[in-house]
Design a protein around this ligand. Structure first.
Ligand code: ADP
Ligand code: MG
Length: 722
């Protein structure tokens, strides 16, 4: 029977295919062959020993030159136990392996059948320094047949990541069978692209990624397959861009003398050059007949809201409405307050004293009471509200608009593509979309993740911003610094300023879900009373967290903004967007529990007025640890791009994209969106060009199939956002 790429894995046969199907979810031969080795063991690896440390993983190919069974008394059970000491000779040296066994039968089998003198195999385990020499204890091993000779073994042995009990050898065997059977390996690259990129063909690439004879083969296979991944994802994105360009939208060019012009006249500050340039770009695009899809990235505090507000006003001046989607209730409420304040009588449409042609700003969150909710819904549906601000409650079916012309999504890293799409369907014709994020995204990630959006960036902060100094308070090494931290809070408050204290959790009784046994994290409900009775006695302290009733949240935020509260003890609900310029100090407790970008966001809440700020990262983490290093990195730079790179590099690539990489089929296995910038860029150009010549992808069925699969899989989401 002919075995093709799309044949079921069962045609491969062998002992382990059904186990592999269960463990990884692979369905076709193509899926199976898409599980690539994680590493390769070269025959000579012992020369590296000097550079390795205790605990490092070492794999080697070698021949057993001696094998000695010893017995000893197990200290716990007082029974006789067995130790097999095996010396293995590799091409460039030899190493001791030690195997421990409890039962005579396994110990004898190991000594006589598995690891007799002369046996050849691959061994893999963690290095240990013992009795003045390196050794591996109970390494995983795979032995070759009796007649196998070390000299004839391939120079590189592939090692697959073991998944749910399937060992590397079981993958290797099954994949070897599949490679021998499969008739044709599909070609996803146009010939001219392959030649221009100097890539090998798909067939040898796939064979060599699994069974390279030489390192050079492995390298060229990887180069080719990596490019494939970039090309397929970029084709998906190019198709999306083409679809957007082919879609019609209502142009919203604005109106001279309208709300926007009147707003500009009363703006209490001048826009920065960056704000002006981005605003112009957006304004032009809103006037076009196809939808704008723009990502606005800007450092924390760079003034994105006013740019968005100007766009919203232009749309209102053109007879349309704008929706502003915020990730949290606190932020939605704050936007409503500050936008209403900035607009003044321009936002009092229909009310006595409203300016002529004024509009309204409606707020729609999940927790409104019935009356307020009904009114907001009516104003959105009737068109009285030119601007509707809300949380995910805006996405519900009941919410309708008279003429939705613009969707603004604030702090996009909290919203996925589905939400964006859900809002867009509420418009008669596709709306313009402006997505904002303060978590700067490296260019390559933006190109992959936001490949269907055009990007603008605000790099400068408005003039007159204070400096924010960040200091790590390592309480294990410097316990007395914590006292000093609270003293600094008191000093700032004495100057009329305000402070945030951020905790990792709400309730002291809650266990840390990630590490139930770890040192307990400080909680809002415990820290606030502690401070009131202790270090910050006499100051006005309030609590804010997600579990408070919405009215209470609103009240607390309002009184903090009004300066009636000195210290706000909160969770990360204040992480994004919150804007209280008089706040100058922030103490983050258990700072090691927050991500790099999160810390950067958090400290963006202070130093927003003219005063300089101080951010204290309090941590009980080991002074010499990766966690502490991260905190020092955050303290060391205020460049959000730099920090977001550090952040992304510390996560697994799949998490960057929001994909669970659990075996099965995955779109990005070799390509790194962080490191392969050039490849992605070239593939993007090539994919766009190829799509122009073959919009239906009919010339390359394999490419069409790969693109269709990706578009339909959940993984398509990663191409938008996590
Ligand atoms: P972010 O980009 O982090 O969302 P905001 O839009 O909240 O920042 O702006 C932060 C603060 O800076 C707000 O109080 C806003 O009114 C103010 N602001 C915005 N643009 C300017 C400017 N050009 N000059 C002075 N202040 C500005
Ligand atoms: Mg903001």
């Amino acid at each position: 029977m002919a075995v093709s790429w799309s044949s079921p894995v069962s045609v491969v046969g062998g002992k382990n295919y059904s186990k592999i199907i269960k463990a990884t979810g692979v369905e076709t031969v193509g899926d199976l062959l898409g599980i690539y080795p994680r590493r390769y063991v070269p025959k000579g690896t012992l020369s590296e020993l000097e550079e390795l440390n205790e605990g490092d993983l070492l794999s080697l190919v070698g021949e057993v030159v001696s094998s000695v069974q010893k017995t000893y008394q197990d200290r716990r059970t007082h029974r006789t136990a067995y130790r097999l000491e095996v010396r293995v000779r590799a091409e460039d040296g030899s190493l001791l392996l030690t195997y421990f066994d409890k039962h005579k039968s396994t110990a004898d089998w190991r000594a006589e059948s598995e690891l007799p003198r002369g046996a050849v195999g691959v061994f893999s385990g963690r290095l240990k320094w013992f009795n003045n020499q390196w050794q591996l204890t109970n390494p995983a091993s795979r032995m070759y047949g009796a007649g196998d000779d070390l000299a004839e073994m391939p120079d590189l042995i592939p090692l697959y990541a073991s998944v749910a009990g399937v060992t590397t050898w079981q993958f290797e065997d099954t994949i070897r069978l599949a490679l021998d059977l499969v008739q044709e390996i599909p070609e996803v690259l146009p010939a001219e692209v392959r030649e221009a990129e100097d890539l090998i063909e798909a067939g040898p690439a796939l064979r060599w990624i699994h069974r390279p004879d030489t390192w050079a083969q492995k390298v060229s296979a990887e180069k080719r397959l990596k490019y494939d991944e970039a090309f397929v994802t970029q084709t998906v994105l190019a198709r999306r861009r083409a679809a957007i360009e082919g879609t019609r939208a209502n142009p919203r060019p604005g109106a001279p003398g309208g709300l926007l012009d009147r707003f500009d006249e009363r703006l209490p500050f001048t826009l920065t050059d960056g704000q002006r340039a981005v605003a112009e770009e957006i304004s032009g695009e809103l006037g076009l007949g196809h939808p704008m899809h723009r990502l606005l990235q800007g450092e924390v505090g760079s003034g994105k809201t006013v740019v968005a507000l100007r766009a919203m006003l232009q749309v209102v001046d053109s007879g349309g409405q704008a929706a502003l989607l915020a990730p949290t209730e606190v932020l939605a409420q704050q936007h409503q307050r500050s936008i209403t304040a900035m607009l003044g009588d321009l936002a009092s449409g229909g009310f006595l004293g409203g300016a002529e042609g004024a509009t309204r700003v409606a707020l729609l969150t999940g927790s409104l009471n019935a009356v307020a909710r009904r009114q907001a819904l009516a104003e959105a549906a009737g068109g009285e509200a030119g601007i509707v601000i809300g949380t995910h409650a805006l996405l519900e079916d009941k919410v309708q608009f008279a003429d939705l012309g613009l969707v603004v999504v604030d702090e996009q890293h909290r919203f996925g593509v589905e939400q964006r799409a859900a809002l867009s369907t509420k418009a008669g014709t596709p709306p313009h979309v402006l997505v904002m994020t303060a978590t700067p995204i490296p260019r390559t990630v933006a190109m992959t993740v936001f490949g269907d959006l055009d990007t603008s960036t605000l790099t400068e902060l408005p003039a007159g911003r204070g400096e924010v100094q960040t200091t790590v308070v390592p309480i294990l090494a410097r316990p007395e610094w914590l006292e000093r931290a609270w003293e600094r809070v008191r000093e700032e408050v004495a100057q009329g300023r305000q402070a945030y204290v951020v905790c990792a959790r709400i309730d002291p009784d809650e266990l840390d879900p990630d590490k139930p046994e770890a040192r307990p994290l400080r909680a809002v409900e415990e820290v606030a009373p502690d401070l009131s009775h202790g270090a910050l006695q006499g100051l006005r302290i309030e609590m804010l967290h997600g579990r408070l009733p919405p009215d209470e949240k609103d009240r607390v935020m309002k009184s903090f903004a009004a300066g009636e509260v000195d210290v706000l003890v909160s969770t990360t609900v204040i992480e994004v967007g919150v804007d209280v310029p008089n706040a100058t100090v922030m103490v983050i407790l258990d700072a090691d529990r927050f991500g790099v970008s999160q810390l950067h966001q958090l400290r963006g809440r202070i130093g927003r007025g003219g005063h300089s700020g101080l951010c204290l990262l309090v941590s009980g983490a080991d002074p010499v640890s990766a966690s502490m290093e991260r905190l020092v990195a955050v303290a060391g730079t205020r460049d959000g791009f730099e920090l977001s790179r550090i952040d992304l590099e510390q996560r697994r690539e799949g998490n960057v994209l929001g994909i669970e990489q659990s075996g099965g089929r995955s779109a990005l296995k070799l390509l790194s969106v962080l490191r392969d910038e050039e490849v992605i860029e070239r593939a993007r150009a090539a994919a766009t060009a190829h799509l122009a010549t073959d919009p239906g992808l009919s010339a390359l069925p394999a490419l069409a199939e790969a693109v269709r699969w990706l578009e339909q899989s959940e993984q398509a989401d990663f191409l938008d956002m996590t």
